[in-house]
Design a protein around this ligand. Sequence first.
Ligand code: GDP
Length: 294
Amino acid sequence: MFDNLSVKLDRAFKTLKGQGNITEINVAATVKEIRRALIDADVNYKVAKEVTDSIKEKALGRDVLIAVSPGQLLTKIVAEELTILMGETNVPINLTGNPNIILISGLQGSGKTTFSGKLANQFKKQGRTVLLAACDVYRPAAIDQLKVLGEQIGVEVYTEPDEKNPLKIAKNAVKYAKEHGKKSLIIDTAGRLAVDEAMMDEIAGIKKEIQPSETLFVVDAMTGQDAVNTAAAFNQRLDFDGVVLTKLDGDTRGGAALSVRKEVSKPIKYISTGEKMDAIDLFHPDRMAKRILG
Ligand code: GDP
């Protein structure tokens, strides 16, 4: 479905053979190919331009034209650069506190509830006692969805069907988790279809009051450009700690990882690759760089 970047670069280099090192002039075609590949992989245009400008600096003067496959060599340079830009290594979530509290934020449909279940499942497998809390008071279906997931993975779900104040539910869930000796509490919050002030006020209020050890922002990797704008809006209000990139089992190359990271300067901590409870992975910048470049 996608052309391989190193093949494309080899093609661009064909006309350059015998010209010695990469120079200002002959690098232009190459940079264009790299930029196009990044944009094809859903990397935001502004970010793709910044990245290629910095790669251009690095590539200038490098002896890639004598390589058997200059495209391959240059693709390696690009992959290394993308890895650095995405943070080099995985940053684990903060599990301090008793219980440690993980607040899950994001737009409706981004995959918050599914991810909450997956994280709870993973904690349980690691031997931690977990409580899931359902704070979406606007969509009863969301509470039921979390209950079903909880039953499926054998994790208790805290709900208050008659309470309409999500902050009260969150506070009571913390109290319940403490009283019942839970090591981790994962709070699933309400999302809207688009960024809206009331939603931001609500989740920022929950964060301020319960002081979670980790606030995660969940974003759908398939939303491309919108992912960047949504991440910026949530980060401005919430100052979240990390990002969860979902739906990477779809046909996106995952360029949103690079764009979001560049936009908010917060680490991507997890990726979600399907609807099943075990389709969760730690985010590894080097693997994502390879995926983006194909
Ligand atoms: P929420 O509104 O943010 O809580 O989103 P949900 O967790 O309800 O997810 C919305 C839809 O996306 C559901 O149909 C999920 O099954 C689906 N979903 C969530 N995560 C993934 C994923 O990583 N891959 C795929 N293919 N679907 C996902």
